[in-house]
Design a protein around this ligand. Sequence first.
Ligand SMILES: Nc1ncnc2c1ncn2[C@@H]1O[C@H](COP(=O)(O)OP(=O)(O)OP(=O)(O)O)[C@@H](O)[C@H]1O
Length: 248
Amino acid sequence: MQTLDSSQSKPSPTTEPVIYVHNLNHYFGSGDLRKQALFDINLDIYPGDIIIMTGPSGSGKTTLLTLMGGLRSAQEGSLKILGQEICGASKKQLTQIRCNIGYIFQAHNLMTFLTAKENVRMSMELHDEFLDQDMDAKAVAMLESVGLGHRADYYPENMSGGQKQRVAIARALVSQPKIILADEPTAALDKKSGRDVVELMQKLAKEQSCTILLVTHDNRILDIADRIVYMEDGRLIKDGIDAAAKMS
Ligand SMILES: Nc1ncnc2c1ncn2[C@@H]1O[C@H](COP(=O)(O)OP(=O)(O)OP(=O)(O)O)[C@@H](O)[C@H]1O
């Protein structure tokens, strides 16, 4: 486990952070309507860490997650994803960075007109290195690893919520991204399915040594985190595994 929590072991000085956030501010709107959403955020995230971001509604979790995922441009301060500065980055640079990131959202966002296998395959088609590989076989193998090999040819409408979310996990992980961003991945699931989904993410991410950033209000899944980041009013209030205490 790697964490910056002072009570725990620090990462080796030679380990580069996957995500480096330094004095980051973010604003929405302009002129009189300009509103600051993030205030002076500092955070380093290391390879293989599972980070849960939590805190009240409107505290800035999604804003920070989308910045760290290269989904919007950073405005002020410094934000490096896999060593690349995002502050002032062009749309093209952001697109390139996004190729190294897998996304899992509250709604599974599967293509309803594609089967489970085709949904997973589609994610590989966006990466040149898979084009000369047997993408169907890889997609099926990935579905097997999330326990859905027997559902490869099913359409999303014929699967349960938990199964669809597992297809979304297979789709996010099949291209072996360095970072997975997950925004409320258990929100639409019952307790058992939600637990199964996060445990699966945890297992696969550890196997692939992938960093997971997960935003959640679901305090039943906090224990899968190596580190919990608690936000309030656009500020990072607490950072470390004991930040879970803020939730109770
Ligand atoms: N596109 C936007 N335009 C203007 N203000 C925004 C926009 N997106 C977010 N905000 C504001 O920024 C602040 C942080 O919002 P954000 O969605 O990041 O919070 P959150 O912690 O993810 O909340 P929730 O848990 O409800 O999803 C809020 O005050 C919100 O109203």
